[in-house]
Design a protein around this ligand. Sequence first.
Ligand code: G6P
Length: 574
Amino acid sequence: MKAKEVFEEWQNANNLPDYLKDQLDTLGKDEKWIEDAFGQDINFGTAGMRGRLEPGTNRINLFTVGRVTEGLARLIDENGEEAKKRGVAISFDSRYHSREFAEHAACILGAHGIHVYLFDDLRPTPELSYAVRHLHTFAGINITASHNAKQYNGYKVYGEDGAQMAPENADRLFAYAQKVTDIFSVKAAPVQELRANGTLQLIGEDVDEDYLNELKQVTVDPEMVKANADKLKIIYTPLHGTGKMLYDRAFRQGGFDNVIPVPSQSIIDPEFPTTIKPNPEYRDVFKPGFKLADEVNANVIIATDPDADRMGAAVRKSDGDFQVLTGNQIATLMAYYLLVHMKESGKLTSDYEIVTSVVSSALPFKIAEDFGIKTKHVLTGFKYIGEEVDRMKKAGDAKFLMGFEESYGYLFKPFARDKDAMQGALMFAEVASYYASKGMTVFDGLQEIWKKYGVAYEITKAIEMPGIGGQKKMAALMSKLRDEHLSEINGVKVNKIQDFLKKETIENGNVTPLEEFPESNVLKYFLDDETWVALRPSGTEPVIKAYVGVNKKDIATAEKAAQGYQAALAELLK
Ligand SMILES: O=P(O)(O)OC[C@H]1O[C@H](O)[C@H](O)[C@@H](O)[C@@H]1O
């Protein structure tokens, strides 16, 4: 069906809430918008589906949420009575319509007789992941658009292992969802009925307590933390979101007594009024934190995104200014600290393993190799890190030390199987304690690591290519680059190319299979000066991502080189 016809169907639908009708009237004046919002069904990407809160089949609204939930319900039906009894855990974040979508999803599942555990209020993504495992549910749903701007919302689906649903089941779910022909008549049971017959069960403090209890395992050297508690003052911001629900208890029980929240950003607010995007990658979100840190003389600022799966940090340098760290730098500091601590305390064995994505920093692996432990690369998407944890458990071939992604995601204890900003915050606070105990700043610590292992410096750039037109452009660019087999980038020789879509490695003109990864639209180049470069369309935003990682002797050279590569990539992606 053409976009215009689908649009007309929506105009004629009789159960559209007023706010959607109003948006349809205003936005529908623009033909291009109609093409984009109704020209296709919203897709399942790296982390489920995400889109603007607007009417349309290619948007996030009550009806696209309804359709996908119906897809999940049919997938569960197919798995029989036991799966229905185990049911689904549902949580939501602080965004517009999050609670409404969560309740709607609960009622659709309920109409199929599927048991639902619905959080009574907003909760972090990793707590949902934990709840799925803890309650042995068949699946989980989280209504969130993570760190996207306020105009967005989204839908993450979890499998029974607590990781975001693996492609095979996600594809089945999506296929079922697409079989829903009338998006306006997906059946939802009334809440009262589901409460009365016990199908819908509210959860909250009960799961909080258990999850908080698990968080206690994250701190590896509680004595050191305790001994240095008075040397450390931490500013914390939940960026108007779910971190607010648990941070206080999590830090306190971990022995971090001096944690001061940023008041303006501790207000749960879907407008995210103190930010443009509530993303701890951006310096901008730390501004209120910088001010407070100066007032109370604090050296570390920790930020979690609205669904508390990403964690970012800024640290004071010896000149008094704050440095906002990248996800790669944070992970490097954590990996180094963990390895030093475990070695010193005699707990380190060579079967420990660190897992990261192919577009993350190479430095933690260099450190891991120096300490004689194992490393493993996976594709972007924390679910792949979750799969490795399972592999280690089943095969018994390694012990999980940590998983991380450059996109500010970290996991240490796999009671959650998604990136966990609460775990990240606790580990980073411990790293800060460790350096405080040595009379150093965290930034001094990073310099020390660079001195020992060389400076790894990474820059990720996201180049916006919105709409269906943007998708086509990204596809064309990737396929052109794929065919071209670039022999140099920015004047430096390419030694090796990994093509994760064609699943091949190209080296000195020889093509060999690249088998250990699932198919994915990623190209990675290894250059003669130890630089790596990767390109991939994002699975969560309408952008193409260009990653550069250089290895140099000092930071000034590294920064300059990385900028040079990014400029060359910008040319290639024009
Ligand atoms: O690069 P993208 O496809 O946009 O994904 C960026 C990130 O998105 C989500 O947060 C996923 O959970 C992460 O695993 C992923 O790294």
